[in-house]
Design a protein around this ligand. Structure first.
Ligand code: AMP
Length: 113
């Protein structure tokens, strides 16, 4: 049994505000949103960060970005724009060591926020 927070969310052991799910990917609202739309997209399988991805994950990566595009469109962000962020490691500000994309939008974003 893993001690990873996002693995537990993916397994349904910890509740989340789910916005999308398929066999590879889960997306849910961030618990501390930084903008009107702030969704986290995670692989269901545990991958520590973008730094530990390999070619084996190509299909997963393609799916993550596809889901991000679809959700951005559903949330009305495709025209106005949005940001996709993945933090890596300590200096990158990664607080949960399970790969995730932040999909953030609904307001004008600046470089430092
Ligand atoms: P990062 O700092 O890039 O690792 O992002 C982790 C994100 O997970 C932060 O934006 C947190 O607000 C978010 N987060 C932490 N716990 C939960 C949770 N239980 N449900 C939803 N989002 C969470």
């Amino acid at each position: 049994m893993t001690d990873c927070l996002f693995c537990k969310i993916a397994e349904g052991l910890i509740p989340s505000a789910k916005v999308y799910e398929d066999e590879l990917v889960l997306a849910f609202n961030d618990i501390a949103p930084q903008a009107p739309v702030h969704i986290l997209l995670i692989p269901k399988a545990h991958i520590e960060s973008a730094q530990t991805l390999s070619e084996e994950n190509d299909a997963l990566l393609s799916r993550l970005f596809k889901v991000a595009r679809t959700l951005a469109k559903e949330k009305g962000l495709a025209e106005t724009g949005y940001r996709l962020i993945t933090n890596i490691g300590n200096d990158g500000g990664q607080s949960v060591p399970h790969l995730h994309l932040h999909l953030i939008g609904g307001r004008q974003l600046k470089w430092d926020n």
